[in-house]
Write a protein that binds this ligand. Structure first.
Ligand code: GLN
Length: 248
């Protein structure tokens, strides 16, 4: 399954967050440690979204493996940001390997990623999709489970739901419609991170003036804490809260 990471806090170089740590997201693209039976490598594309001084985030997505992008080290060394969300993708069988299927998905201030799969896709969640505006479905980034999860979540955010409530509701309704789904969701607006651990690994680390949430720790620092399965974490540079969503 894909690996993802979100950071909010003191400005950091993207390279120091994503490329240079000993078990960075870059390394996790070819040597992840804890895939729990969901694939072997994360070579089906990658994406990074980052915030620049109050504006909506900038997004870069590519369909190839992260390690093959010769432009990335230079770019990541020159970008300093106070918040970012990045993901490397291992496409679920039957889903297209295209740039637009890569996280982060975005709208306004939001960046979103999904690590996992919707069981019985697409018929299991057709009833949920039916409730969305047809134009949202017509403009869906890619015909994948993750892109639909983003539409379901975005509809709730647009309606004014609190991010943590919206994420919990999407996980609950999709898990009910498609039992045995793997639903690690990751959302940020650049100031807070909301994420779920739903049958996949998830870790959180509070740093001085910052917080990171990631599928796998990027180093061996003892301050990484694992998020228990079935839980939702809400993290800002000053607080980390975990609540139980349900039984995966
Ligand atoms: N099912 C999603 C996709 O194919 C996410 C894959 C994953 O987590 N490995 O894009």
């Amino acid at each position: 399954m894909c690996r993802h990471l979100a950071y909010v806090g003191e400005p950091v170089r993207l390279a120091d967050l994503l490329l240079t740590p000993p078990h960075s997201l870059l390394r996790q693209s070819w040597a992840p440690c804890d895939m729990r039976g969901g694939g072997t490598v994360n070579a089906d594309g990658y994406g990074i979204g980052w915030y620049t001084g109050g504006a909506d985030p900038v997004r870069l997505r590519r369909a190839g493996p992260m390690w093959t992008d010769a432009a990335l080290p230079g770019l990541a060394s020159s970008v300093v940001t106070g918040a970012a969300l990045a993901a490397v993708r291992s496409a679920t069988i039957g889903m297209p390997v295209v740039e637009t299927a890569c996280a982060p998905f975005t709208s306004g201030p939001w960046l979103f990623s999904h690590n996992g799969l919707v069981r019985g896709w697409p018929s299991s969640v057709a009833g949920l999709a039916e409730r969305l505006p047809v134009t949202d479905l017509l403009l869906m980034d890619a015909p994948t489970d993750s892109a639909l999860l983003w539409l379901l979540l975005r509809a709730r955010l647009t309606a004014g739901e609190e991010p943590a409530d919206a994420v919990a509701s999407v996980v609950t309704e999709v898990a009910a419609a498609a039992p045995d789904s793997r639903l690690n969701l990751l959302l940020t607006n650049g100031s807070a991170i909301v994420a779920t651990a739903w049958t996949h690994a998830l870790w959180v680390r509070a740093l001085p003036g910052a917080v990171v949430v990631a599928s796998e720790p990027y180093d061996e620092d003892p301050s990484w804490h694992e998020v228990p399965d079935g839980h939702l974490v809400t993290a800002t540079p000053s607080s980390v809260d975990m609540t139980r969503v349900g039984e995966p």
